[in-house]
Design a protein around this ligand. Structure first.
Ligand SMILES: Cc1cc2nc3c(=O)[nH]c(=O)nc-3n(C[C@H](O)[C@H](O)[C@H](O)COP(=O)(O)OP(=O)(O)OC[C@H]3O[C@@H](n4cnc5c(N)ncnc54)[C@H](O)[C@@H]3O)c2cc1C
Length: 385
């Protein structure tokens, strides 16, 4: 049988790929999406109840317009799907005044003209008594635009909307090869062959073998939830209304992030390494999906000191992964190998909040539309490969 011809194909329907498929379908572009597992599965980078949303993005001031576009698209997707996807809670970003978290957030808020409040140590402590282990020199930025996103519901809603608008969705279908030529991109998947005018590879932690020259690094990053030491989360002040998004730089290399319980249950916390850290490479297909005590002991020790109202032994842990790019910024757009092959990856642990805008950026690339904001710092061409 001759391969089926489509205008665009998306390989991988996690956060970035599902958004790209939705935005392609919204333009009437004939598209097909492939996902090796079920839609909204828990084996990649886009599961585990919540992701933090921030508009004053300390990772790069240039991410502000992308976050703003994403927030608007979250509202569109909520309206189309009827699901609540992004809940704005406000958030506190704390640490020493010259820390990456405080200085980076202030820089991004100012560069993008975003509302924010700078809080002295005493005021931060008064607003967040749960963080009683605050450093004496810590200050905070209150960002009213912070919130929590439901990742599984977002992926599922984007794929459903794409299908409703006419996209083909091939779930449980692993793409085996992607070969670009002058005629198009030949995609071979279990049981089917397609030729696409353009292909978007959004394969998350499975992306590196498709484009090895990008030097992407998949790593393990488990998710952890904690119970209050006494009582339920609401009565202990750990519901998300009383204890919203918190990001705190605890030392030069380490960031504690989390938020109160979204469903009356457990409180989520994690530790991030300040950009530049390079943990061991994993293979996502063979990665150990068990939980090692050693992985949460450092987080436990930080929480015992910083948030003493929580039992520092996690009540729930789930394996997860992120994929680091060489400069900890995303890698979005046409590759040097072929202008027909676009990449969407190198999430570097901060892409969920931007996923819907990244889908829109990719759809604009495919449609040949101009981009409304600067993207040089996320384009593959910055690596000169
Ligand atoms: C612990 C943790 C906390 C995080 N916190 C935040 C946060 O607070 N805020 C934030 O913005 N971001 C956060 N992130 C990052 C965010 O979750 C990721 O940036 C995002 O989920 C990456 O999406 P993705 O589409 O690149 O990868 P994925 O969602 O993993 O999607 C890739 C998809 O491709 C599929 N695939 C791979 N190979 C093939 C193939 N050959 N054929 C077909 N399908 C294939 C995979 O099955 C997968 O579904 C966090 C990540 C982790 C792990």
């Amino acid at each position: 049988m001759a391969p089926r011809r489509v205008q665009a194909a998306v390989i991988g329907l996690g956060a970035l790929g599902s958004a790209a498929l939705w935005r392609l379908a919204a333009r009437g572009i004939e598209a097909v999406g492939f996902e090796q597992f079920g839609i909204g599965h828990a084996l990649g980078s886009s599961h585990g109840q919540t992701r933090l949303f921030r508009e004053a993005c300390l990772e790069h001031p240039g991410l502000g317009p992308m976050a703003a576009e994403s927030r608007a698209l979250f509202r569109d997707l909520e309206q189309a799907s009827g699901a609540e996807l992004l809940r704005i809670t406000g958030g506190y970003l704390g640490g020493a005044a010259d820390s990456d978290v405080v200085a980076g957030t202030l820089r991004a808020a100012e560069a993008n003209g975003l509302a924010h409040e700078l809080l002295e140590n005493r005021e931060l402590a008064a607003r967040l008594p749960q963080l009683s282990g605050l450093g004496r020199a810590d200050v905070g930025v209150f960002d009213p635009g912070c919130g929590v996103i439901d990742p599984e519901a977002t992926v599922t809603a984007a794929v459903s909307e794409a299908a409703r608008l006419g996209a083909d969705v091939c779930a449980d279908t692993r793409v085996e090869s992607v070969v670009a030529s002058r005629d198009g991109v030949a995609i071979t998947a279990a049981g089917c062959e397609y030729v696409a005018e353009t292909a978007i590879i959004a394969a998350g932690a499975w992306l590196p073998p498709f484009i090895p020259e990008l030097e992407l690094l998949p790593i393990r990053t488990p998710l952890h939830w904690f119970a209050p030491a006494r009582g339920g989360s609401a009565e202990a002040g750990f519901g998300v209304e009383d204890f919203p998004v918190v990001v705190r730089q605890v030392d030069q290399d380490t960031v504690l992030w989390g938020h109160g319980a979204v469903d009356g249950g457990l409180v989520k916390f994690g530790l991030g390494d300040i950009w530049g850290s390079r943990p061991p490479r994993i293979d996502p297909s063979t990665v150990d999906r068990g939980i090692e005590t050693a992985e949460w002991q450092r987080l436990s020790a930080v929480l015992r000191q910083a948030v003493p109202g929580l039992d520092p032994v996690p009540a729930r842990v789930e394996p997860c992964m992120i994929t680091l790019s060489p400069d900890d910024q995303f890698v979005i757009g046409p590759t040097a190998a072929s202008q027909r092959v676009l990449v969407a990856g190198g999430d570097s642990g901060h892409a969920f909040k931007h996923c819907l805008a990244i889908g829109e950026v990719l759809a604009r690339d495919v449609a040949g539309e101009p981009q409304p904001y600067a993207l040089d710092f996320v384009r593959p061409s910055r690596f000169g490969v």
